[in-house]
Design a protein around this ligand. Structure first.
Ligand code: 6GU
Length: 246
């Protein structure tokens, strides 16, 4: 999978070199390119923003650097992957569709994603119109109902969620099937040794005996019940709409 990131803060993406992602890169499973949007400006101050037409607070990102950046990144990617290659362009945006595990799963199967990090109040609307007209596939994705200063932190989160699902990146595929959200439920409680533990307050805390029974079918059924119970308690929305009266 190839990933390009367009940002005015390329150093913000440094964590992508670490741990899981660094390993995926070294193994050649992920090819990551972080670009400074200001490389596609032409004035002395490398200007990427201007005041909103019609008035209002804050600044708006100018269209020209974005259009040049997308053209250059698409050309560079196609030069490596072939002229038929089509990136999915993702704008992290609090007004986007909620990013969820199903999104991460779908995107982990893409050949190429270009993340476009907006800052300030937003990006000139004509950039989206232009990308549409040029045949780019575009998605807006939100991490949740709160506002970040820019898309960079969202790209860190989305990239980690996506890349760990790329086959070969997480060693144990079983752990991906069992974790929270993998089946639309929260994960069951986990225990390890010692099976009987006296906590610092002097209370003896034992693991549920069924986990020591060796009966794998019973353990699986018990875990399923705990998952359902936990999901109903903490995230009833995941179990579907509440039944209505009448
Ligand atoms: Cl994806 N971007 C920004 N800027 N703010 C957000 C967000 C994304 N998701 C939640 N808040």
């Amino acid at each position: 999978m190839r990933i390009d990131v367009l940002t005015i803060f390329p150093e913000y993406l440094a964590p992508l070199e670490l741990s899981l992602l660094g390993k995926a890169r070294r193994q050649g499973l992920v090819d990551l390119h972080v670009h400074d949007l200001r490389d596609w400006t032409h004035d002395r101050h490398r200007t990427v923003d201007d005041s909103p037409l019609g008035g209002g607070a804050g600044m708006v990102m100018k269209p020209e650097p974005w259009a040049e950046a997308f053209a250059a990144v698409r050309a560079a990617g196609r030069a490596e992957m072939g002229e038929q290659a089509q990136p999915l362009v993702v704008f992290p945006n609090p007004a986007g569709a909620p990013f969820a595990q199903a999104t991460a799963q779908a995107w982990s199967e893409r050949e190429w994603i270009v993340f476009a990090c907006g800052r300030y109040e937003g990006i000139d609307e004509r950039v989206y119109e232009h990308l549409d007209a040029e045949g780019y596939e575009v998605a807006l994705a939100s991490l949740g109902d709160y506002v970040l200063n820019g898309g960079e932190v969202a790209v860190l989160a989305i990239t980690e969620a996506v890349v760990r699902l790329v086959p070969g990146v997480v060693g144990n595929a079983e752990s991906l099937r069992e974790e929270s959200h993998a089946e639309g439920l929260l994960e069951y409680p986990l225990y390890t040794r010692p099976a009987a533990w006296t906590d610092p307050a002097g209370t003896l805390r034992e693991v549920p005996p069924i986990l020591l029974s060796g009966d794998h079918a019973k353990i699986a059924a018990w875990r399923r019940e705990r998952s359902l119970e936990r999901t109903a308690e903490r995230r009833p929305d995941l179990l579907g709409p509440a039944p209505t009266e009448g």
